[in-house]
Design a binder for this molecule. Structure first.
Ligand code: PGA
Length: 228
């Protein structure tokens, strides 16, 4: 089955890049593009998603945007709990859960990011950390997605082995039989085929490579050819 490609531009990209996406992707089947929020109110043939929202539905929180507002402009997906949010903005598991819940209340599917740090990976604690994050970050019910993103693989060019990704995703699938599971962390046009082929990987969250239209197009084409 074709795999999902979720492009996370982070605080990069431009109107020009959005135009390149519009030219390149006409009616793509499984593409969600998450640009900075200033570009969300655009008409595109692909699905637009947000990178973050505040965990309160509205109020005096200067500079923040809410799930209600995303819903107001027709946005249906939002990344929550990305490790950069946890690292630079001190987001805790509690906040990630609150963000996921406000998304669900506004009919937005949260894409909840989980994953271990390098120290935790080296100590063999990946499954333990994932299990704690699932307990603390996931709503009891509702239509959310989960992205397994080892912190040490993000933006580094390093990825876990396919066996390690498979072990993590098998664990996630056992806990979350019905949930869309993405892998993220240094996905590029060279490793995408091997990663998409892993059982229980339903797609990829792509950061750096999504800023290059040729690379993301290749990754998308690979995602469309996967059979398992
Ligand atoms: P990367 O980022 O592809 O640049 O490693 C992935 C992510 O942070 O979602």
């Amino acid at each position: 089955m074709e795999k999902w490609v979720v492009a996370n531009w982070k605080m990069s990209g431009s109107k020009n890049l959005l135009d390149e996406y519009k030219k390149t992707f006409q009616n793509p089947k499984k593409l969600i593009v998450c640009p900075p929020s200033v570009y969300l109110n655009e008409t595109t043939e692909f699905i637009l998603g947000a990178q973050n929202i505040y965990h309160h539905p509205k109020g005096a929180y200067t500079g923040e945007i809410s799930a209600l507002m995303l819903n107001d402009i027709g946005i249906k997906y939002c990344i929550v709990g990305h490790s950069e949010r946890r690292q630079y903005f001190e987001e805790t598991n509690d906040m990630v859960l609150a963000k996921a819940e406000v998304c669900l209340k506004s009919s937005i599917t949260p894409i909840i990011c989980v994953g271990e740090t390098f120290e935790q990976y080296q100590a063999g604690k990946t499954i333990e950390i994932l299990s704690q994050q699932l307990r603390e970050c996931l709503p009891n019910e509702g239509n959310f997605w989960v992205a397994y993103e080892p912190v040490w693989a993000i933006g580094t060019g390093c990825t876990p082995t396919t066996t390690e990704i498979s072990t993590a995703h098998t664990f996630l699938r056992e806990k979350l039989p019905e949930i869309t599971l993405l892998y993220g962390g240094s996905v590029n046009e060279s490793n995408a085929g091997a990663i998409f082929a892993i059982a229980n990987v339903d797609g990829a969250l792509v950061g750096g490579a999504s800023l290059d239209i040729d690379k993301i197009h290749l990754i998308y084409q690979i995602a469309m050819t996967i059979k398992n």
